[in-house]
Design a protein around this ligand. Structure first.
Ligand SMILES: Cc1cn([C@H]2C[C@H](O)[C@@H](COP(=O)(O)OP(=O)(O)OP(=O)(O)O)O2)c(=O)[nH]c1=O
Length: 186
């Protein structure tokens, strides 16, 4: 069987890929995450996922390389990881009492073959008080997460409901990925 490489430094993605029960290795790259102006969210996450996978595939041409990217979209604005505590606070204030979309793009590269797909999940937030936002910022959890929250952690108490794949919000739509990977494993 071909070697599977996860081109990601995200501990969540590593844990989620483990659910597929296939051996894999983690190899990270340093891709600068630049979103071109005018690009749609789905194009953005698939393009970034492709760039992350391609950076690793260059050195491991025989392997199946998986890259992924997650962004939050609210009122047409694409929100990645916050640059500062203040930016995280502003994002959480904006998302309070609102519905936003979480897009995760995944790219799979294997020699000359490749595929990319995305999942969109709607997430509704409860109305958040300033005290709640401050308490959540104090956990430190928002800083390495798109949209400044983690649904799988203490951020769970911010979320009223979701529509779509939960695992895509956490960073990797595992059920869809399993199905897309079958083609590469044949
Ligand atoms: C919305 C949301 C995002 N996230 C995370 C998933 C991603 O790790 C992160 C978005 O940043 P990404 O740039 O997609 O990923 P990353 O920098 O963590 O890892 P890599 O590029 O090496 O693969 O936000 C959660 O963990 N929970 C959530 O609820």
């Amino acid at each position: 069987m071909k070697q599977i490489i996860l081109a990601s430094g995200s501990p969540r993605r590593k844990e989620l890929l483990g659910y597929l029960q296939m051996p894999f290795t983690v190899i990270t790259s340093s891709v600068e995450e630049i979103v071109e102006p005018g690009i749609t969210p789905e194009e953005a996450v698939m393009s970034l996922a492709r760039q992350k996978a391609a950076a690793v595939a260059r050195l491991h041409g025989d392997a199946i390389v998986i890259g992924a990217d997650t962004i939050v979209v609210h009122e047409g604005r694409m929100l990645g990881k916050p640059g500062s505590r203040e930016e995280a606070a502003e994002t959480l204030r904006a998302l309070s009492g609102q519905i936003h979309d979480v897009y995760t793009g995944v790219a799979v590269l294997a020699g000359g073959r490749q595929t990319a797909f995305y999942e969109r999940t709607e997430v509704a937030f409860w109305e958040l008080t300033e005290a709640e936002i401050t308490a959540y910022l104090d956990t430190g959890e928002p800083m390495d997460k798109a949209g400044s929250y983690g649904i799988q952690g203490k951020g769970s108490v911010l979320v009223k409901g979701i529509h779509g794949d939960y695992y895509s919000v956490v960073g990797l739509p595992v059920a869809r990925l399993k199905r897309e990977l079958q083609y590469f494993l044949e």
